[in-house]
Design a protein around this ligand. Structure first.
Ligand code: G6P
Length: 473
């Protein structure tokens, strides 16, 4: 029997995840990352539904107790299936491919174990397709999100050909020569899974073009001359581009609250009055390139000793995906390099790097407001919302050092100081340029950056996708 929801969203991470406190009570915490930021625009009413996965024991307990956000349904997928689908396939294979993170002489290795884990990924995707098929009203629109759920569009179409199905990728898309490292049947399944959608959308034209190129190269699909659609086995999937922007109203209101103002005072005291602040805020994520950022800062202190004691690198690197050994190792490496810089250059009244790893949103906003320079140097990034958020709440203007490999580069490149993320020497130079940008120039650029960054706020980003899908013939 068909369900009642007219608009459905599906993503691995839902709006809130739960933990059980010592008192046995459930505590909810809002999820982070671009997907949750964008989708929070979905209206919690009886005609819409957000389907997500239970991520851990707290979430599974919430499902058992029938606790959840209004307008959402959490799927309690078996823990071993979830682990294989989320950690082993989504985050260790698909994420690695799209961000081109493999050290290819040793990784990846696709063996029998990989096939088993891929089977779990299929099971996990099928659980979403089943739930969506059950909940969707006739002709409803379903917006499937990200690399965790690439098989869902095709699986859902088999179950419910009446639905309008969209898929949105929040990551970059790998170029064909890199994408081809996946086993052939897996690569085909990924592409054909997404092509089950009526519309496949991306954060920038660059990623949409890469997807189309993979479809042409690996499937022999036909890409239209304007690169706006792909036809495969007689079905056409439209390609869309929606560059998710920062939520100016929310950020400005939140950044003006007392807890943020208190943290500004604390941070200023800790950094030392009058010192320039080079700020970065990230998940501790391999693709964010935090270590090379630290090395570039170190290089700045070596090459231009005049900056010693006059600048502090504020690096907030919040724990992420700690079930994966490579993320734990990376986290340790970030700390090690930060400690090394502090030991090498620090003086009794100057700590060159302030590294914070405990997640505190109010403190992030405090750093955004105070930053003189924003360092956003990912190896590859679907968009990067930090680059968009900092100029919006900056108190005195911020000079943005931005990787040309971030999706945000397409919109912010003109007013940023652009770097090749692998080039530590050039990044050090870019930091110097950013630190010495004349005040008026910095203020002008910040204004333009903020305007570009808020061009497509989350609510419109969501509504635009939905409208485009619903209007599609
Ligand atoms: C990226 C992905 C999102 C993901 C987020 C946080 O932004 O595109 O799908 O939710 O990272 O990662 P996590 O593994 O903690 O959900």
């Amino acid at each position: 029997m068909d369900g009642a929801a007219r608009v459905l969203v599906a993503s691995n991470r839902g709006p809130v995840s739960y933990s059980v406190g010592e008192d046995g009570e459930l505590r909810g915490k809002r999820g982070g990352g671009g997907v949750v930021s964008g989708l929070s625009a979905i209206e919690a009413d009886s005609s819409s539904l957000w389907v997500c996965a239970a991520l851990g024991e707290g979430d599974r307990e919430a499902v058992r107790r029938g606790v959840g956000e209004p307008g959402s349904r959490m799927l309690a997928i078996a823990p071993d299936v979830f682990h294989a689908a989320y950690n082993d396939i989504a985050n260790s294979v698909l994420w690695f491919v799209h961000h081109m993170l493999y050290q290819t002489p040793l990784e990846p290795v696709f063996d029998a174990g990989f096939r088993d884990r891929w089977a779990a990924y299929e099971t996990y995707n099928a659980a979403f397709a089943d739930a969506l098929a059950e909940e969707a009203a006739p002709g409803a629109a379903v917006l499937v999100q990200d690399y965790h759920l690439v098989l869902v569009p095709a699986l859902l179409r088999e179950r419910r050909p009446d639905l309008k199905i969209g898929h949105f990728s929040h990551t970059p898309w790998a170029p064909p020569d890199y994408f081809r490292l996946l086993p052939d049947d897996t690569a085909v399944a990924v592409l054909e899974g997404i092509l089950g959608a009526d519309r496949a959308a991306f954060l920038t034209r660059r990623w949409a073009d890469s997807f189309a190129a993979c479809c042409a190269d690996l499937l022999g699909a036909e890409v239209s001359a304007d690169r706006r659609s792909v036809t495969h086995r007689g079905r056409t999937t439209r390609l869309g581009v929606h560059g998710l922007g920062a939520d100016a109203d929310f950020l400005r209101e939140r950044a003006g609250r007392d807890d943020v103002v208190e943290r500004m005072a604390a941070l200023r005291a800790e950094a030392g009055p009058g010192r320039k602040l080079v700020v970065r805020v990230d998940r501790t994520e391999l693709s964010k390139n935090i270590v090379r950022g630290l090395l570039a800062y170190r290089r700045l202190l070596v090459e231009r000793p005049g900056w010693r004691s006059r600048v502090v690198h504020v690096a907030f690197a919040y724990p992420s995906r700690q079930d994966l050994a490579v993320y734990r190792d990376y986290t340790a490496e970030v700390s090690r390099v930060a400690d090394e810089i502090n030991a090498e250059f620090g003086t009794p009244d100057w700590q060159p790097v302030l590294l914070k790893v405990d997640d505190d949103f109010a403190r992030s906003l405090a750093a955004y407001r105070l930053a003189d320079v924003a360092l956003v140097n990912p190896i590859r990034d679907g968009m990067n919302l930090v680059a968009k958020e900092m100029p919006v709440v900056s108190d005195n203007g911020v000079a943005l050092v931005l990787s040309r490999e971030a999706g945000a580069y397409a919109e912010l490149g003109e007013d940023a100081i652009v770097v090749n993320p692998y080039d530590v020497e050039a990044t050090a130079e870019a930091l110097n340029e950013a630190l010495t940008l004349p005040d008026a120039e910095r203020a002008d650029r910040t204004k333009r950056l903020a305007a570009a960054a808020t061009a497509l706020p989350p609510t419109r980003w969501f509504v635009d996708q939905l409208t485009a899908l619903e209007e599609q013939a």
